[in-house]
Design a protein around this ligand. Structure first.
Ligand SMILES: [Zn+2]
Length: 94
């Protein structure tokens, strides 16, 4: 079934076992398409929260029919998180 083209497609990160997520206040819920557990930031806009696999499948099958988002705030938070992780791992392999 084709999703409502007005619905915002929000690409979310999966929740992996033993690694619940980078942020303590992440919101957890099922992927709207396949039901796998995913996570998103509490300030993410309302819309269809999907895992990356489903997002890729949807885009491949239907093209970009509506809007897809990662808010600048989310991007900035992820950038900070990655920078922090890199700083933490300094001195390790690589
Ligand atoms: Zn999915």
């Amino acid at each position: 079934m084709k999703p409502d083209s007005d619905e915002l497609l929000i690409i979310c990160l999966p929740v992996s076992r033993g690694n619940p997520g980078g942020f303590d206040d992440n919101v957890y819920g099922p992927c709207a398409d396949c039901g796998v557990e995913i996570q998103w930031r509490p300030h993410a806009p309302a819309g269809r929260h999907v895992c990356m696999n489903c997002a890729a499948r949807t885009i491949e099958k239907e093209g970009i029919t509506g809007s897809i988002t990662m808010t600048p705030e989310i991007v900035e938070e992820i950038r900070r998180h990655i920078a922090l992780e890199k700083a933490t791992k300094k001195g390790g392999v690589g």
